[in-house]
Design a protein around this ligand. Sequence first.
Ligand SMILES: *[C@@H]1O[C@H](CO)[C@@H](O)[C@H](O)[C@H]1NC(C)=O
Ligand SMILES: *[C@@H]1O[C@H](CO)[C@@H](O)[C@H](O)[C@H]1NC(C)=O
Ligand SMILES: *[C@@H]1O[C@H](CO)[C@@H](O)[C@H](O)[C@H]1NC(C)=O
Length: 184
Amino acid sequence: MFLVATIFLLLLNLVSSCKLLNAYDYFDITLTIKTSECSYAGTDTLLLLYFPFHGNQSYTFVPNLGPFQIRTDYDGLEASQTTTQTIKWNEIKESAKGKPLCWPSLKTILIERQRFTWLIPEIASAWKPQSIQISINGTQNAEVLREFPPNCDVGWINESGFYQIGPASDQIQMLSDKKEEVFV
Ligand SMILES: *[C@@H]1O[C@H](CO)[C@@H](O)[C@H](O)[C@H]1NC(C)=O
Ligand SMILES: *[C@@H]1O[C@H](CO)[C@@H](O)[C@H](O)[C@H]1NC(C)=O
Ligand SMILES: *[C@@H]1O[C@H](CO)[C@@H](O)[C@H](O)[C@H]1NC(C)=O
């Protein structure tokens, strides 16, 4: 356990600065997600959110917090809808799986669309987000807003794989469908 934690910290120091959380720190993460008005922008597919660390040069990430499931039940991600979801501290802590916890970097996050869509027709599984707002503990600590291009031809999460959101304010980019190409 100690060795794993040490290696994890070494890795983090190589690619980014990890601001370690103290044992008495805790927070919730709130997501406010708007889906585009474009035709068939809504989805019921399985989407997972990661808060990794990102080096400067490459498209690889060091895992930190996540994955957290974005809830697509109760029609939260239908076209033109806005949904607010809270990831509670218990869930955040569990996702670290015993590793040291670093403050999540909100600059770059990842969304994985899983290959879990055989029940859902392709047209219903593509998703076009309009904006994603993420805040730590309300707005007390940190908040970021990503607003994606309104053009209905771009900005879709329409294939299985990992999508990078940020660091540019409107950046949404498919990276790879292979986890080992995304995470070091
Ligand atoms: C990334 O770039 C920033 C700004 O240019 C720099 O301060 C930081 O040290 C770089 N980090 C790494 C891991 O290269
Ligand atoms: C988050 O909010 C809770 C409840 O208001 C507070 O006790 C906690 O210290 C806050 N966490 C941080 C990191 O500010
Ligand atoms: C997914 O959407 C992008 C634009 O965001 C488009 O270029 C690509 O062809 C689409 N792929 C599929 C399988 O529909």
